[in-house]
Structures are given as structure tokens and as C-alpha cells.
Design a protein around this ligand. Structure first.
Ligand code: ADP
Ligand code: MG
Length: 262
């Protein structure tokens, strides 16, 4: 059964001078435990899709369903992780992590145990009492991930969470996130402009085109790549063929710019 379904979802942004059609009849369906990516040019509506799923705003048309029921009245717990970590600088790492449980008045010994376990999972046990300003960008994103996971979300939305990090840190974080999503059997949607990242982390990839945003094509990542850690996917013999196949679609509009010689 489908876990999350977008059914003919269209979205318009209205401004004082007119409107932008950001999404045009998006249809997609995600299974429980699946990891999917959305890729496409800047401005094609990727973040709009995540904001609508997160219920930060309502789509103009169409419906979103969770296990075949409208999402509007559901109590779906969503985790949302962005490029910026939004940690509070005046709170320690532990207090940043316990923010969600604190708001829902749910800090128990069990929550604290889970916080420590998750910190261990991301190799940051030693940072419990330090402040975010003492940590690197990659460490802060790992803390943001723990803060997201502690609320036990049923679905995780990642909006370019690695794009501000240096390459090595980014690769390490891809591995870590992929592993945690499998360990805790989470459903996840990743928005990225990095095709390699999408292939190495996902089961399926939705390629979007812009103005207005549509799903141009869906790609299944080969079975052999799905259970490999992202770092090793990039070296797998099946990686390059799927990269080339998607790249061909991506670069359709810019064929003049992809000549072999510079
Ligand atoms: P992406 O994440 O793929 O870069 P977005 O979802 O942010 O794309 O934006 C899709 C389109 O909607 C773009 O044309 C963008 O300019 C427009 N848009 C996004 N947010 C707003 C907003 N708050 N008001 C008006 N237009 C917006
Ligand atoms: Mg965006």
C-alpha cells in the first residue's frame, strides 16, 4: 500500500503583481520505508513540494494522502531538515536536541536515554554539554539530524541538507543519514541538486522540470546499488550507467554546453 500519495497537486503563489504557477499536477506515490529523491533545476518547485507535505502551506489544488486518507486531519509526525541547521546558539547540544520533547512536555528518562543513543549513533556523544558555536558545520548538521529523529517522525524531509558542507563532510553525512534511515526504517524524501547524491542515497528518483514544476521522469535506482553505502555506490559498476541515463535527461536543455572538449 502507498504510504504517502500526491494526487494532482498544483500550486500557485499569489503576489501583489500577479501569480506564479509553481507546481502543475504533481502525482507521486511513496512506499513506507522508501528513500526517494527529487532533483531538478533551481526554481522548479522542489521546496514547494516539501513545504506542502510538511503542511507549512496548503496546495492550491489536488490532494495529499497518508495511507489513503487525506493528510489534512492526520497527526502525521514530520521531520524537516534544511541546509541551515537552526540550532539555538544559547542552548547546549543536549538542550537543543530535547527541544521537541520539551515543547510537547515529554522529557522523560527514556527520552534522555534515546537522545544519548542517537548522539552515539552520530559519533557525537562527547558534545552533549557544549554549545553549537563550538562545532563544525558537519557536526551541527548531525546534531540537527538527532534533533529531528528524537521526535520519531514517520517521514523525513531533507531540503538540500548537505549543500553547505565541504565535499568530504558531505560524503560522510550521506553515509550516516542513509544508514540511520535504514536502521530506524524511516521513509524519506531528499531534495538535492547533486545527481550523484540522489543516486547513491535513493531507491527512486523523481526528475522535475520547471515553469511550472512538473515531474518529467521517474528513475528506479538499480537493486544492486540500494543496499550499498552511498560512498561505495559511487564506485559500483552500475553507478555510471544510471548517472549517464539521468544526466542525458537533465542536460537536454543545455546540449550545446556539454560538448566533449572545452
Ligand atoms: P526550488 O526549491 O526547486 O528551487 P521553489 O519551490 O523554491 O523551487 O520555487 C518554485 C517557484 O515558486 C519559483 O518560481 C519561485 O520563484 C516561486 N516561489 C517560491 N516561493 C515563493 C513565494 N513565497 N512567493 C512567490 N513565489 C514563490
Ligand atoms: Mg529549494
Amino acid at each position: 500500500m502507498s504510504f504517502l500519495t500526491l494526487d494532482n497537486v498544483s500550486h500557485y503563489y499569489f503576489t501583489t503583481t500577479g501569480y506564479t504557477k509553481a507546481l502543475d499536477e504533481i502525482n507521486l506515490s511513496i512506499k513506507e520505508g522508501e528513500f526517494v529523491s527529487i532533483i531538478g533545476p533551481s526554481g522548479c518547485g522542489k521546496s514547494t513540494i516539501l513545504s506542502i507535505i510538511a503542511r507549512l502551506m496548503k496546495q492550491t489544488e489536488g490532494e495529499i494522502k497518508l495511507r489513503n486518507e487525506s493528510i489534512i486531519n492526520s497527526s502525521l509526525n514530520i521531520g524537516y531538515m534544511l541546509q541551515q541547521d537552526y540550532l539555538f546558539p544559547w542552548k547546549t547540544v543536549m538542550n537543543n536536541i530535547l527541544l521537541g520533547p520539551k515543547i510537547s512536555e515529554n522529557i522523560t528518562d527514556e527520552t534522555k536515554r534515546l537522545a544519548r543513543k542517537l548522539l552515539e549513533d552520530v559519533n557525537l556523544s562527547h558534545t552533549e554539554n557544549v554549545y553549537p558555536s563550538e562545532l563544525s558545520g558537519g557536526m551541527r548538521q548531525r546534531i540537527a539530524l538527532v534533533r529531528t529523529l528524537i521526535t520519531d517522525p514517520e517521514i523525513l524531509l531533507f531540503d538540500e541538507p548537505f549543500s553547505a558542507l565541504d565535499y568530504v563532510t558531505k560524503l560522510k553525512l550521506e553515509n550516516l543519514v542513509a544508514k540511520l534511515m535504514k536502521t530506524y526504517n524511516k521513509t524519506a524524501i531528499l531534495v538535492t541538486h547533486d545527481l550523484g547524491e540522489a543516486i547513491s542515497m535513493s531507491d527512486r528518483i523523481f526528475l522535475m522540470e520547471g515553469s511550472p514544476g512538473r515531474i518529467a521522469k521517474t528513475f528506479n535506482v538499480p537493486e544492486e546499488l540500494r543496499n550499498e553505502a552511498p560512498f561505495f555506490v559511487r564506485r559500483h559498476p552500475k553507478y555510471q550507467p544510471i548517472f549517464d541515463e539521468i544526466w542525458e535527461q537533465l542536460s537536454d536543455d543545455m546540449s550545446d554546453e556539454t560538448e566533449r572538449k572545452v
